[in-house]
Write a protein that binds this ligand. Sequence first.
Ligand code: HMG
Ligand code: MG
Length: 292
Amino acid sequence: MTMRPAATIVEVGPRDGLQNEKQIVSTADKLELIRLLLAAGFSRLEVTAFVSPRWVPQMADHEAVLRGTRPDPGLIRSVLVPNERGALAALAAGVEELAVFTSASESFAQKNINCSIAESLQRFEPVAALAAQRGVRLRGYVSCSFECPYEGQVTAEAALDVAQALADLGCSEISLADTIGRAKPDRVDALMHMATRAFGAEMLACHFHDTHGNALNNVDAALAHGIRIFDSAIGGLGGCPYAPGSAGNLSTIPLAVHLENAGYSTGLKVAALQTAETFALKLRMPLATRPQ
Ligand code: HMG
Ligand code: MG
């Protein structure tokens, strides 16, 4: 039997999915969702975000959520951190990966993290130092790598400059994000061509939102450049509260099935993913109308 090449899905539903829900999901429901997701076989999961509860109230219980999950040798639990304070709290709660996030467009950085791109990179310096000191992974996101909800088209050069700055900080993986799901495969092709030359495909991930139904075609464009790490959210939940138009993330089940059909092994069990998806979609319904 020939071994199929691996492709990795980073499940971001508990963070990117739930951060955008109108009603606050209880900590218990978040932990149940994470339990169901882990039963499907993920090795990488974005658990929550250690961000300001004033900015994103949906993630205010970050510490309880992270502490409510268990470390496992086969699992990397990741959390978003915007600054040193978030990093210290996440490390104290036992995280395996810190994910810093900035943007290729100035306007989105201002709206999302209330500072310029350069200031965000400065804030990440102590985060990177802590990650190195404690031996945890450091991931970096480049939001608006293709389009910005406030500025329109973003050049590949702008995305690459920020990716380079994140790599210089010590990020071992850079996730290039189509925050509002506007990229088309030709743009993905062009950016991945340049990014793989600069960093090598192994260091890159793609984070597609699926607002306009392009995400799976964009995955194919990235696969053609050797990218093998893709972010998605169960049930296609998600969006960013500071990015008008950022509807759902690429949905995990269609992504997993697409990758498997293309000959890649994701290590995920689709039946278990379906159970997790049914539960995730229930969380969107008002409590009184939820089926048992
Ligand atoms: P700020 O208001 O400029 O900074 O926020 P601040 O230092 O004045 O802090 C404001 C308040 O937050 C203060 O509390 C701080 O103590 C507190 P107050 O005095 O008002 O009670 N605070 C914190 N609390 C908990 N944990 C922390 C923390 N830091 C400060 N780490 C800040 C600046 C960056 C903190 C804020 O803008 C923020 O938290 N932004 C996060 C926004 C966010 O989470 N957006 C969604 C995630 S990004 C995304 O979805 C994109 C992605 O999916 C990729 C893609 O699709 O593009 C990753
Ligand atoms: Mg996102």
